[in-house]
Design a protein. Structure first.
Length: 160
């Protein structure tokens, strides 16, 4: 019976003039945001808040515990992606939602950017935390980080 069914499907595929079609606007695999700040520290913090808000309603996430993060990168845009992916890691690996970010970014004389941060949040609690999208990663797609007249702008696309 199964063999006949497979044969019928195969013959339908051979005779069908249409092999497949792409379905537009049927699924969404990415989400983009812009974050703003007066300086680098603030734009990184606001980008982290936007990333977390994508995953959980932040009003319910309390800064009960903190963890230090230290990252470095020669490229400032890459440092932003590294930082956002680090906080996504905490959500995935340690089941922690974060709601506050104290960030200090400096550039060493050799041009390498250093990020020292204290991230604050609490363990995931499905009874209190309204879950949203499951962010897999911050991507380089359409990534922007630039200084503007009134501060900094970051444009980030998240893979959800």
């Amino acid at each position: 019976m199964v063999v006949k069914k497979q044969a019928k499907q195969a013959s339908t595929l051979k005779t069908s003039p249409k092999k497949f079609k792409f379905l537009e606007n049927s699924v969404t695999a990415e989400l983009a945001f812009e974050a703003y700040g007066r300086d680098l520290n603030e734009v990184f913090s606001n980008a982290a808040l936007a990333t977390m808000e994508t995953m959980v309603h932040l009003a319910a996430v309390l800064p009960k515990q903190s963890k230090p993060i230290k990252l470095q990168n020669k490229d400032l845009k890459s440092l932003l992606i590294d930082f956002l992916n680090e906080i996504i890691y905490y959500k995935d690996a340690e089941q922690i939602f974060l709601s506050k970010f104290d960030i200090d970014i400096k550039q060493k004389p050799d041009g390498v950017w250093l990020l020292s941060a204290k991230i604050h949040g609490e363990p995931m609690d499905r009874k209190r935390h309204l879950l949203r999208a499951d962010v897999k990663a911050a991507t380089y797609h359409m990534l922007e980080l630039k200084k503007e007249k009134n501060g900094w702008l970051a444009r980030v696309v998240l893979d959800v």
